[in-house]
Design a protein around this ligand. Structure first.
Ligand SMILES: [Zn+2]
Ligand SMILES: [Zn+2]
Length: 248
């Protein structure tokens, strides 16, 4: 049964790898698929009050973020999470909670004292840990800021994909391995903002993902999924059918 971040990564690959090979071939369709889940999350925030939509929106974001990573074999996502957000304090300002300036943090060097035990941690840990570091700041800036930061991290991931496809390597001597690390770091940022969004919406991301995906695909109920009905369409949260069928 999945518990660590790596376990969940592998669980989703097993659950949707075959389906995605047929219906989401390549990174382009997966990026569009993630963007739809992001649009759905924004709509969920707008139609607040419809019960259960926040948990569904968060679980789908997590699922589709893992699918982005699955496009690249052996993407060091867990290592990226640990090196970016591990340790016991903010990797930039060395404080808990983070006290970084709101702008210009990119100029400060990341100096995480990574704790190797954190590599085995799951979604619950990362949400709680990131909240201890950044929750106060995120709460001050509000949910729209979280949504726009999540969107920005998605765009940053996408821009590395674009550079790679156009062979525009930014640094001399850049290898497939360093590209893979870059992608993993951007994907880790995407995950961090999904956790921030979950916290802002009072959703336990680990529970939401567990409820929706542990036993199999929420739509076809199989593991691995046998669905052939992927819809590239935004969810209609207000008219969600009672059995909550949603393209996962
Ligand atoms: Zn900081
Ligand atoms: Zn299915």
């Amino acid at each position: 049964m999945p518990s660590s971040l790596q376990d969940w990564n592998d669980h989703f690959e097993h659950l949707y790898g075959r389906r995605n090979a047929h219906f989401l071939p390549g990174i382009g369709p997966r990026l569009r698929y993630f963007a739809l889940a992001l649009g759905d999350a924004q709509d969920a925030v707008r139609v607040k009050g419809v019960s259960g939509v926040y948990a569904l929106a968060i679980a789908r974001l997590v699922c589709r973020a893992f699918m982005l990573g699955h496009q690249y074999p052996d993407l060091p996502l867990v290592e990226a999470m640990v090196s970016r957000f591990g340790g016991s304090a903010c990797g930039y300002c060395r404080k808990t909670p983070c006290d970084c300036p709101d702008v210009g943090r990119d100029d400060i060097t990341l100096r995480t004292e990574a704790d190797p035990h954190q590599a085995g941690k799951g979604l619950y840990f990362w949400q709680k840990h990131l909240n201890a570091l950044y929750g106060e700041k995120n709460a001050q800036h509000g949910i729209q800021n979280i949504l726009s930061r999540l969107f920005r991290e998605y765009v940053e991931f996408q821009s590395i994909v674009d550079d790679t496809e156009q062979m525009c390597f930014r640094e001399p001597g850049e290898s497939v391995k360093t590209l893979s690390v870059k992608l993993a770091h951007e994907l880790a940022d995407v995950f961090a903002w999904i956790f921030a969004l979950a916290t802002a919406l009072r959703v336990d991301a680990a529970k939401a993902v567990d409820d929706l995906y542990r036993a199999g695909c929420p739509d076809c109920k199989e593991l691995p999924c046998i669905c052939t009905n992927l819809e590239f369409r935004l969810a209609d949260w207000k008219n969600l059918p009672p059995e909550r069928r949603l393209t996962p």
